[in-house]
Design a protein around this ligand. Structure first.
Ligand SMILES: [Zn+2]
Length: 62
């Protein structure tokens, strides 16, 4: 079982590289049990989407 620190790290790594099946399951299991990490993950995804939108904007201007 992951602790919150490990889950947070996996969630953020998962945005940059594909997680292994084992990592995905461990993270999924933890976020099912842990409300704090569910919120954290959602937050990460929102931030990621916003920063991608900015990158696209930059490419258009270049
Ligand atoms: Zn947690």
């Amino acid at each position: 079982m992951l602790n919150c620190e490990q889950a947070a790290r996996l969630a953020s790594e998962g945005l940059d590289r594909p997680l292994t099946l084992k990592e995905r399951l461990a993270l999924r299991f933890h976020t099912l049990m842990c409300r704090g990490c569910r919120r954290y993950r959602r937050h990460l995804e929102i931030l990621r989407r916003i920063s991608r939108a900015y990158v696209k904007e930059d490419e258009r201007q270049a």
